[in-house]
Each structure stands twice: as structure tokens, then as C-alpha cells.
Design a protein around this ligand. Structure first.
Ligand code: PMP
Length: 424
């Protein structure tokens, strides 16, 4: 595959940007990332004209694929042509807020921000402000963005920042526990119950190989947080409007969190985040409450239009059926290939999420430690050595989820299965 233009662009990028990229994970593609020229349905075309079936989909925000259907596209263009933004409210923010409140029962009010990270930062501040407590319980292997309270490693006994630049004293307010481990959560509450502001969890781990909750895990989190007057925060930045359709993953699991963080799909491909939840909690945000939260770009009209039109299009068309059907075909096909050629591996995912995990025993992982124990090095060789060469773009490492969109076709699934068959 000719990649001269990407290599040249990467050389230029390395001179002016750290690691040549604007987000850490992008540099993981070997030997250097390909630079995308444009998208086309379920495909991307790189700077050298190579075409890839794209299962990364912007790392999640593109439910409709790269070609936005007409009502969505023209509304975005109309909003952009009216002047990008104003620093004072617009009707479209209210429209999108009403849409979310109508479809997600736990969301009575919502604040829009500009990224998933901003959403989780604000949700943690809100939980601390509303409860007057300091600590948050999170899951090992969960990802809540590039934020001080959750970039930690370790366990309840010994926790440390996982990035340079974060004081140890910040990390000490965070309690990481294994996903699906009720005992660990119970112990955290026994020790710190009256200082735990919230438990924050992804309903399905989507940044660590795709790990599903065991039956009853989220109900347990709901009960124990209620018992201790702590809040339950679902981080639905990945699962929101993807799993469980417009009701989000919380409707699939039938658990009502106090707060939900959104990102990705809710902005239809533009920078976005949101914090929704109980009215009495969301009202704690300034200016109605004492928890400071603000942003120049928050509720950006172009983003709001993209989000609203995307979700409305999904509500009125067969978007979820199409994605679920292709997702099932892909996961079933992958399971057959794995059974046949590499029974130690596992296929995980649901709705528009999928991932082949290079487990060593064919057992679906229960938590981050199980995923970490997988053959991550083999993943690198197979995917950068084989899948990319066959024109299939998968997520940049063993851990991040891949996404099916409305822009994908049966042919994309067939070609991808052939490529996996060859690669594995
Ligand atoms: N929470 C979850 C569950 C995520 O998957 C991500 C991003 N992958 C974030 C938060 C952070 O979102 P962003 O990258 O938009 O800041």
C-alpha cells in the first residue's frame, strides 16, 4: 500500500505537534498513522487514495456513517451559514435538551458541554458539590476521559495518578475497584461510606476490550449507592443512544442512575458532551446552584443541530435495526471464525459495539485484569500487519471498542469477515 503522503504529513506533524497528533491514541497506528482525506459511507480514504472499511467511526460519534443523510446535512450547513455561535442561548439547544429529556427517563434536565471529558469532570464536581463528600468509586479499566479525578491506577488499598502532572493528593479521593466485583464495592462503602460522593461506571466497559456487566451488577450499584446516600453516575459517552436505542444502556439494564454523562453520538460528529439527570441535582449547576460550570462553546448551535437531526433521523428511520442486524452478522461471523481458527479468543459486544479480544482461554473477560492478560502484542501484529493491509481500519489497540454505523453495508461485513479469516 502506497503511503508516501501520510508519511510526509506525519513528518511535518512531528515537527509541530507532540507525537505528531492531537489525541494520544491516534499515534498508536504503526508505523505511522494514515492521514484521512475524506469519508465515504462506511469507508475512509487516506491521503494516498487508499480505501479502508472504517469500523472506528471517529471513535464513536458517527452513528450514520460518513455520508450524512440530507435532512441532517442541510440543517448543519444552515446553522453554520447563520454565523457559527453567539454567546447567548439559541432555540436549537432547547430542542435537543427536550429531545433527550423525552427519551431518557432518568434525565429531567441537562447541561451541554464540549467533550466527554468535560462532561465527566463536571459530573464529578456536581456529585461532590451536591453531597458535600470527596470520594468517587470507579472501575479499573473504565475510562472517563483525560481528567484528574479518574486518571488513576491501583486499587482501593493503593492508588496513584496514571499520568504525570496529577498530584497524589487528588488520586487519593478516587477508589478504583474491579468491574463486576460486588465485594470490592461493598468494602469501599464499609470503609469510606460517609465520604463517597458517587460511584461512576460505564454501563458496558467500552475502552477496555468491551466487558459486559454480569446480571444484577448495576442493580447492586443502584442499591448500595442509595443505601449510603451516594450518587450513581452512568458514563454513557459510548453507550448513550447506541445501546438500548434512544433510551440508552440504562433502559437496556433497567437501572435509573442519578446522573448520566453523554458525548460522542449526542453531537452527531461534532465536539460535545452533556450531563443529564435528576432536576434537583442538575439545578445545582451555576447559575441556579453553587457548582460552577461554564463554557464558551457549550450548546454550540452547529453541534446541537447535528445532534438533534442525527437522533431524530434515527428515531424516524431504521437506523437501530440496520446497525443491530449488521452488528449481529459481524459478531456471529467472527464467533464462527474464532471457534474454527482460534478458540482461545473471544468476541464481545452488543448493538453497534464489537471487539475480538485475544484472550488465552476462550472465556469472556469479566474485568480489566482479564483483558490485560490477553495477548496484546499479537493484536498489534495481526491488526497493523494484516487487517490494515487488507483495507480494514480497526481501533488503535486491543482495548478500544469498534463501531457499526448506518453507513455500513452487508458487503462491508462480508469483506471484513474474509479479512479476519485470513488474518487469524
Ligand atoms: N467517557 C467515556 C466512557 C469515553 O469512552 C470517553 C472517550 N472515549 C470519554 C469519557 C471522554 O470523552 P472525550 O474524548 O470526548 O473527552
Amino acid at each position: 500500500m502506497n503511503d508516501d503522503n501520510s508519511r510526509e504529513l506525519y513528518d511535518r506533524a512531528l515537527s509541530v505537534m507532540p507525537g505528531g497528533v492531537n489525541s494520544a491514541v491516534r499515534a498508536a497506528i504503526e508505523p505511522y498513522p494514515f492521514f484521512v482525506q475524506k469519508g465515504d459511507g462506511g469507508h475512509v480514504i487516506d491521503a494516498d487514495g487508499n480505501r479502508y472499511i472504517d469500523w472506528v467511526m471517529g471513535l464513536g460519534p458517527l452513528m450514520l456513517g460518513h455520508d450524512l443523510p440530507q435532512p441532517v446535512q442541510s440543517r448543519i450547513q444552515q446553522k453554520a451559514s447563520e454565523g457559527p455561535m453567539y454567546g447567548t442561548p439559541t432555540e436549537i439547544e432547547v430542542d435537543l435538551a427536550e429531545f433527550v429529556v423525552r427519551h431518557v427517563p432518568s434525565v429531567e434536565k441537562i447541561r451541554f458541554v464540549n467533550s466527554g471529558t468535560e462532561a465527566t469532570v463536571s459530573a464529578v464536581r456536581l456529585a461532590r458539590g451536591a453531597t458535600g463528600r470527596n470520594k468517587v468509586v470507579i472501575n479499573q479499566g473504565g475510562y472517563h476521559g483525560a481528567q484528574e479525578s479518574t486518571l488513576v491506577e491501583g486499587d482501593a488499598e493503593s492508588v496513584a495518578p496514571s499520568s504525570a502532572g496529577i498530584p497524589q493528593s487528588f488520586a487519593e479521593h478516587t477508589i478504583p475497584v474491579p468491574f463486576n466485583d460486588e465485594t470490592a464495592v461493598r468494602e469501599a462503602f464499609e470503609e469510606h461510606g460517609d465520604d463517597i460522593a458517587a460511584v461512576m461506571t460505564e454501563p458496558i466497559l467500552g475502552n477496555y476490550g468491551v466487558v459486559h456487566p454480569e446480571d444484577g451488577y448495576h442493580e447492586f450499584l443502584r442499591e448500595i449507592t442509595e443505601e449510603h446516600d451516594s450518587l450513581l453516575i452512568f458514563d454513557e459517552v459510548i453507550t448513550g443512544f447506541r445501546v438500548g436505542g434512544l433510551g440508552c444502556a440504562q433502559s437496556e439494564f433497567d437501572v435509573t442512575p442519578d446522573l448520566t454523562t453523554f458525548g460522542k453520538l449526542i453531537g452527531g460528529g461534532f465536539p460535545v458532551g452533556a450531563i443529564g439527570g435528576r432536576a434537583d441535582l442538575i439545578e445545582q449547576f451555576a447559575p441556579s446552584g453553587p457548582v460552577f460550570q461554564a463554557g464558551t462553546f457549550s450548546g454550540h448551535p452547529v453541534t446541537m443541530a447535528a445532534g438533534l437531526e442525527t437522533l431524530q433521523f434515527a428515531a424516524e428511520n431504521d437506523v437501530y435495526d440496520h446497525i443491530d442486524e449488521l452488528g449481529d452478522r459481524l459478531r456471529d461471523g467472527l464467533s464462527d471464525i474464532v471457534d474454527d481458527q482460534a478458540p482461545e479468543y473471544t468476541v464481545a459486544g452488543t448493538a453497534g459495539m464489537f471487539k475480538v479480544i485475544f484472550t488465552r482461554d476462550g472465556e469472556a473477560p469479566r474485568n480489566a485484569a482479564d483483558v490485560k492478560n490477553a495477548e496484546t502484542d499479537r493484536w498489534r501484529r495481526i491488526f497493523w500487519g494484516q487487517m490494515k493491509e487488507q483495507g480494514v481500519f480497526l481501533s488503535q489497540n486491543q482495548f478500544e471498542c469498534q463501531f457499526v454505523s448506518y453507513g455500513h453495508t452487508d458487503e462491508d461485513v462480508d469483506e471484513t469477515l474474509e479479512a479476519y479469516k485470513h488474518a487469524l
